[in-house]
Design a protein around this ligand. Structure first.
Ligand code: V55
Ligand code: FE
Length: 502
């Protein structure tokens, strides 16, 4: 048994109330009934990463991103039922705090605010993405190395450094896997310490062996949450959410957004040398957490498609930056930056290609190649009430969209299919399950939240036809326990799980 936070007091801020209220308990539910018809192709496990603080924070201004990593697994079983399990990742930090029965680590990504006796203890919380590659499940967070987790039991197997090969102290939660080669491409920023400009870039072969790691300097230290690959290039975007070591030393915030600084896109041949990196300048002040994809066209130009916004989307980062904006002033769109690695220009060419929103998704097989279509979460403009409060933006998305870049109208943001939810409901990030039927777009699995009372919620996994969202779920699994908003998820087909366990 682990110490429970259920009787402890969390700050009554948006980070810890409502949907963001810590769950504080591990869960094991088996043989959950599936309502409707589960497609035979939806066989496998849907992993989710959730931040869930084990103990109330040392500092009341703590944020939702600091929470201890929890990994959950929704397994769609051969008998047509589903199992749901959720466990804390036993990070060094979790173990140290569990032993003391209280928080010993301080502010978000500021080790200078930790208890003195925690100096040198790995403070990452493994709370952002469950990454599956080469039969290994890794719980990743961008401020440290990932933790390896058993994909069946969810037991923590320890901090993972690719058998000693990874030199970077950090690894992104947004790796990219080329489905055609089976390679995993990763980077780590602040690779040698807090507020450093050092970025590590590494390639992992299809067997999981890290075969190459190179370091380079960013134009400035920025929050580098995601990156992309194409068939021939690796692309590193830099947006002006910046860190400063003196601010950290004085106990301040890790991140401040600077509207006056340029954004940048670093591009290098993906098997090349970092000395070949070219930096393309983007607009000032913009911000992005997630890219849908990047690819090369027939002329060799590179298109980089991102959920871009005019400022950092996280209210607590804007507050720390002295940027006071009403929620409606925070605007964005699915935005394409086009660059020509072999051309003259050092600027990006910007085109709006889709609606505002986040959590973009494409089939794994299209990674780094042209994606004629994709999905993302957005806000239903017709909604007759406020969004559900939750997550780091304090507002959950309530609409799932399909974009078709071939058949959709650019004026309509290429949106061809939508599933808006009623007031009081929200979507968490979906995953895609491929179909073997030619022409079938596959399936979408996502957790849906529903507020039923003052502080009561119901949660279910919905399975949708990815090519007919508007039809609503073809199957649902109610998950009868409280859930906190997911950061990211990953779909692992049953055959890959079976092969890894064998
Ligand atoms: C994000 C999430 C993080 C983090 C930095 O969603 C950025 C973006 C869950 O932790 O530390
Ligand atoms: Fe992310």
């Amino acid at each position: 048994m682990t110490a429970s936070n259920s009787d402890a007091t969390f700050p009554q801020t948006p980070h810890f109330i409502g949907l963001n209220q810590p769950v504080g308990q591990e869960v094991a539910l088996s043989a959950l009934p599936v309502e409707g018809t589960l497609p035979a192709e939806v066989r496998g496990s849907f992993y989710r990463a959730i931040p869930d603080p084990h103990f109330p924070p040392k500092f009341a201004d703590d944020n939702v991103l600091s929470g201890d990593g929890m990994v959950s697994r929704l397994s769609f079983n051969a008998d047509g039922t589903a199992d749901f399990t959720m466990r804390y990742v036993r990070t060094a930090r979790w173990l140290a705090e569990n032993e003391a029965g209280r928080a010993r680590f301080g502010r978000y990504r500021n080790a200078f605010t930790d208890d003195a006796d925690m100096a040198g203890v790995d403070r990452t919380v493994a709370n952002t993405t469950p990454v599956w590659h080469a039969g290994r499940l890794l719980m990743a967070k961008e401020d440290g190395r990932p933790y390896r987790v058993d994909p069946i039991t969810l037991d923590t197997l320890g901090s993972y450094d690719f058998d000693g090969a990874l030199k970077s102290e950090t690894m992104t939660a947004h790796v990219r896997i080329d489905a055609q080669t089976g390679e995993l491409f990763l980077y780590g920023y602040e690779a040698d310490g807090l507020a450093s400009t050092k970025i590590a870039y590494a390639v992992v072969d299809p067997t999981g062996k890290l075969v190459r790691e190179q370091w380079f300097d960013a134009p400035y230290c920025a929050m580098m949450h995601d990156f992309t690959i194409t068939e021939h290039y690796a692309l590193f975007p830099i947006y002006p959410t910046t860190a400063d070591i003196e601010r950290l030393r004085s106990g301040g915030d890790h991140w401040v957004h600077d509207m006056a600084l340029d954004s940048w896109l670093g591009v290098m041949p993906r098997y090349g040398d970092v000395s070949e990196m070219r930096w393309f300048r983007g607009p000032k002040g913009v911000s992005c957490y997630h890219m849908m994809n990047a690819f090369e066209d027939a002329d060799g130009r590179i298109h980089f498609d991102q959920c871009l916004s005019n400022v950092n989307a996280f209210p607590f980062i804007r507050e720390a930056s002295g940027i006071h904006m009403a929620p409606h002033e925070v605007q964005g769109a699915l935005t394409r930056w086009t660059v020509d690695f072999k051309g003259e220009s050092d600027e990006v060419t910007e085109t709006i290609i889709g609606p505002p929103g986040d959590f973009p998704l494409i089939p794994a097989a299209m990674q780094g190649r042209p994606n004629p279509y994709g999905w993302m979460l957005s806000m239903d403009p017709q909604m007759k009430g406020p969004p559900l409060m939750g997550g780091p933006v304090y507002a959950m998305f309530n609409c799932l969209l399909r974009l078709d870049f071939v058949h959709g109208r650019p004026q309509a943001g290429h949106v061809v299919d939508a599933l808006p939810l009623p007031v009081g409901w929200s979507f968490n990030e979906p995953v895609h399950v491929p179909s073997a039927t030619p022409g079938h777009l596959g399936w979408i699995v996502a957790i849906v939240d529903h507020q039923t009372g003052d502080n009561t919620y119901e949660h279910a996994a919905w399975v949708l036809n990815a090519g007919d969202l508007a039809a609503g779920p073809v199957a649902k699994v109610a998950i009868p326990t409280r859930l906190r908003p997911q950061v990211h998820g990953w779909w692992v087909p049953q055959a890959q799980l079976d092969a890894a366990v064998a």
